[in-house]
Design a protein around this ligand. Structure first.
Ligand code: SF4
Ligand code: SF4
Length: 419
């Protein structure tokens, strides 16, 4: 790699530099407390997955290119040149990080490893070394946004069968799944396929909600890739749709990263203030139940059931009580995992790992702690309001022969609704 390419890649760090990142670069005392917080280091013992080490790779680049000693006394600076070896290491540790921030929670200085991982991803993309699979998925989503008319008929066709199922479930031949409904109160953003559309449609129908379905899926692979421009373009498809339909709020399905992108990141990235509210479907369901807009059967689930706090919904967004409130309405034997809430262990599937086949074995291995946590509860059902977590839990269930059932909160509620 020539010097110009090295400086261009290192220059990404300079462009991303701000007071917070500088603080993170300066303050780490190498105390190693974070080593016991990261499920990836605990289950593999590989230093590459130690949170402080992930940051250290970036710190070495900083020391080499942006400190006086790195420039004039390189042998004393602990700096590292940007070369293929460094990029290989960076790729492995960065696209493996689930962004769960458990390390940040336990770090005495609250050092946020995900900041380093965001810089690392931007450096890798600049070097032409970003994740191929995530780039393809993000690119496909952007194309869909640019040519939605081509996809509209396919979506309408796909929804015909789902609408029939809805009518049977609610016993009403007029029940429908509205799309493109101008003036609806809420725009519901589901995931690809119909598994997050049908239960939501049952709930909205019973709550007599004035809703409409988004043409776009909630997942944002630009976010996982670490390409802010693409992440904004993918989110903006939904924002533009909400604007043109003049809805009052956007409701995101049970998908942790999608919710976080729309609720917490989009406005800062796009530098625009949104004219409508954004919230997750779990919050809305809890509101419907509290307001008596949906009635749930008194015949509660008797099998032991536990709840997995998705990192993006719990630790990274602060939603702990709403899911538990709902679960307690429908389940008679709810058992908490230990630890839970902000201390909960990551399941191992976040950060886009479930979409990267080359990391399959790694994520199954690093899910060991979650398997043990679930087993200790004795639960037969595991509930989690995040698609990535559910996919990972499905994999763990199969690989570790757990014999459990994994479900969303929407499915629990839709199945408990009295028609
Ligand atoms: S816990 Fe914080 S200060 Fe200690 S090594 Fe890890 S990142 Fe550094
Ligand atoms: S964010 Fe999670 S996966 Fe990434 S280093 Fe921290 S604890 Fe490990």
């Amino acid at each position: 790699m020539d010097e110009k390419a090295q400086k261009t890649i290192a220059g990404v760090l300079d462009k991303r530099m701000n007071r917070q990142l500088l603080y993170y670069l300066d303050i780490c005392t190498r105390c190693s407390i974070c080593k016991d917080a990261c499920h990836q280091y605990v289950t593999t013992g590989d230093v590459l997955y130690l949170p402080a080490y992930r940051a250290e790779i970036i710190r070495r680049v900083y020391k080499k290119y942006f400190t006086r000693s790195g420039k004039f006394y390189p042998a004393l600076s602990e700096g590292s040149e940007v070369d293929e070896k460094l990029l290989d290491e960076l790729y492995k540790t960065t696209y493996a990080c689930t962004g769960c921030r458990r390390c940040m929670y336990y770090c005495p200085f609250s050092i946020d490893t995900t900041w380093f991982m965001a810089v690392a991803k931007a450096m890798l993309i600049t070097a032409g070394r970003g994740s191929q699979i995530l780039a393809e998925l993000a690119g496909a989503a952007v194309i869909k946004g640019e040519s939605i008319d081509l996809f509209k008929d396919i979506i309408i066709e796909m929804l015909k069968d789902t609408e029939k199922e809805l009518q049977e479930r609610v016993g009403n031949p007029k029940a429908n799944i509205p799309i493109d409904k101008k003036g609806a109160d809420l725009l519901y953003v589901a995931l690809a396929g119909t598994h997050t559309i049908l239960p939501a449609a049952v709930i909205f129908h019973q709550a007599k909600a004035n809703w409409t379905l988004s043409m776009f899926e909630a997942a944002n692979y630009g976010y996982f890739l670490g390409d802010v421009k693409q992440a904004v373009a993918i989110a903006k498809r939904i924002i533009d749709e909400a604007r043109s339909l003049e809805v009052k709020e956007i409701v995101i399905t049970e998908c942790g990263h999608a919710y976080r992108v729309m609720q917490f990141l989009y406005e800062a990235w796009a530098k625009e203030k949104l004219p409508f509210k954004i919230r997750g479907i779990v919050e809305l369901m809890a509101e419907y139940i509290k307001q008596g807009k949906i009635n749930l059967t008194q015949d509660k689930i008797k099998e032991p059931l536990t709840y997995h706090d998705p990192c993006q919904v719990g630790r990274n967004a602060g939603f702990y009580e709403e899911p538990r409130y709902i679960i307690n309405q429908v389940a008679a034997d709810f058992r908490e995992m230990t630890p839970n809430r902000e201390k909960n262990w990551c399941c191992g599937g976040g950060g886009g790992l479930v979409a990267q086949p080359d990391l399959d074995d790694f994520r199954i291995k690093t899910g060991e702690i979650k398997v043990e946590q679930i087993k200790k509860t004795g639960a037969r059902i595991v509930v989690s309001p995040c698609e990535n977590c559910r996919l990972q839990l499905d994999s763990l269930n199969e690989k570790y022969n757990m014999g459990i059932q994994i479900t969303s909160i929407m499915d629990l509620v839709a199945n408990a609704i009295t028609i």
